[in-house]
Design a binder for this molecule. Structure first.
Ligand SMILES: [Zn+2]
Length: 188
């Protein structure tokens, strides 16, 4: 039980990054064990909802000619195309009906790995009185890392759910954890 290992405080929010079909095994850009974050994050989502802590879910949401795609000169295969099944949240994720969705990766001129990148999220969170973010999701060494670093730069306290994230590569994961802790994030 999450409540036994972590106490939510007023000013906390749960921020779940890109737990989408395409990032899980069988998807277009599968991350090893990506689907294994779902039961872990569900425990956190359920506990947060019960404690009245707001839940935010980000999603990668690309147009057909997104610059991150290999055919456009980017590093990744086509993934998370808007309105396709691959862009949907993992069907097993306990998405609360009241959760706020952060859509990113819609620009034609650049990728947005961080949920803070040109989304206005920091402004919204401050307005909502949020001071600490508990973060999990995919991928640890790409969008989770970018989001955590931006959250720290924006002055939010950050706790990362270590069991609730997976990297694209193991080396990338190790490097990401180092960067996140160096930036002042706590690993749970
Ligand atoms: Zn993407």
């Amino acid at each position: 039980m999450i409540e036994q290992v972590f106490s939510f405080q007023s000013g906390d929010a749960l921020l779940i990054i890109d737990v989408q079909v395409d990032f899980c095994p069988g998807g277009a850009l599968p991350i090893a064990e990506g689907d294994q974050v779902v039961p872990v994050l569900n425990q956190w989502i359920d506990a947060a909802s019960q404690a009245g802590i707001p839940v935010y879910l980000s999603r990668d949401w690309h147009p057909k000619h997104h610059p991150s795609f290999a055919e456009e000169g980017g590093p990744w295969p086509v993934h998370c195309l808007q309105d396709t099944p691959g862009a949907a949240f993992h069907p097993g994720l306990h998405k609360p009906p009241e959760a706020e969705i952060i859509t990113k990766g819609t620009r034609f001129d650049q990728d947005q790995n961080s949920a803070f990148d040109q989304t206005g999220l920091a402004v919204h969170l401050r307005k909502a009185g949020i001071r600490r973010l508990i973060v999990g999701g995919l991928a640890e060494d790409v969008c989770v890392l970018a989001t955590v670093l931006d959250a720290r730069a924006e002055g939010f306290a950050v706790s990362v759910i270590a069991a609730g994230t997976r990297p694209v590569t193991p080396a990338g994961g190790a490097s990401a954890r180092q960067k996140m802790t160096t930036a002042g994030a706590e690993l749970l």
